[in-house]
Design a protein around this ligand. Sequence first.
Ligand SMILES: [Zn+2]
Length: 462
Amino acid sequence: MSGLILKNVTLADGQRCNIIIKDNLIKEIVPAEQHCEKEQQCRDEQCREKQASEQQCRNEQQCEKEQQCGKEQQCGQEQEQYQVLDAEGMMALPGFINMHCHSAMTLMRGAQEDDFLKGWLDKIWKMENNLTPDVVYAGTRLACLEMIKSGTTCFFDQYRCISASSKAAQDMGLRAFHAYDFMNFFDQSVIEKNKQECREKYEESKEWSPIANFAVSCHAPYSVSKELLCFAAEFAAEHNLVLNVHLSETEQEVKDCIAKHGKTPTEYLDSIGYLSSNVIAAHSLWLSERDLDIYAQRGVTAVHNINSNLKLASGYKFLYKEMKQRGINIAMGTDGCASSNNLDMLEAIKTMALVQKAWREDPTVMTLQELMEISSANAAKALGINAGRLEKGALADLMLVDTTGLAFVPQISPLANFIYAANSSCIDTLICNGKVLMRHRVVEGEEEILAQAREYAKHLLR
Ligand SMILES: [Zn+2]
């Protein structure tokens, strides 16, 4: 199988078309009528003929499971073979890109509720002492399953055991950036060991499949030695890698940094050469005017994590308007499930919009289109991948939203229905790198993934 045709799909602007995917890219998007008229292009006639004469279904097991034998046929023309997915009643959207998560923390979902950050961290760090590569593998697979079911095609992951997490994501077929994370709590004795491990993991990543990408991260300026911060920045620049950091998540963190360095966390990182257009800064919540100017000057991407910030009571005044005025790139993340409980990007952008509109007392502060950009195209730009837009030549990372349900009646604004009326259960199909990872909400191996995660979650509570 070398390609896919998404037949009679609707785009966000209401246009009906066929999306043709070849290998891992969107080869063409053509109006549905035109596509049907041109036999060579669309091969619909051949499909119908085959359906009538053969009732052919090459992938019977999959079709049986999904009860779609009658709907989806495979058709071929000479060398090229295309699988045709009937996308009638479906709206195609770019897959979400979750720009900040700690995926294996799915196994800590609900572990410490209704507590301040201090008590929360004590519990989480105690559990993290029991992490093994097997646990991380199980937790990351659970995370990928959840992301597939909620429309995410790519995520930026910052956690331990990246050999295990990258294997899990590759096995699940999701595009990801796996950051080697420095967090030495100023322990000088581990600095060289950490640097060496980062180099080794980078070398190892050259064997990963093209959907898995290596990245670098420093947990935060308050938990990482200056020497490692500088090393990470240099290493990222040398190898052209995305560089992550938790930045200005809490007001206390900013006060502590000013007391220690006489600078805000942003000013401090800038003074040591950490900030560049490769940097994605998670949270970016407590920023001064000067900090914002530095973000704009250096080309830093601000990654909002609204649900985590709300739940841990870190704050909610993300300076969207001020960032937009300065042309700062803005993306969205969910953070880990220990703090925000799920990895649902649709929920995250809805919450962001509601909070921004209420806080600013201004319903025009952000539009539906901006929310879509924040959840996909802006992130793709920061990661340097050609995704986040449905257009010819882009990576075939997309979702099909079932618009036949209650939340989509009437269809005055399909995007408004999607963001404000529906929830992620309306996401019917997920395609990543040209491969169908979910069809009619069925993901291969789901039961086994859940069973393994249930089992390994027990290891963390020992
Ligand atoms: Zn985080």
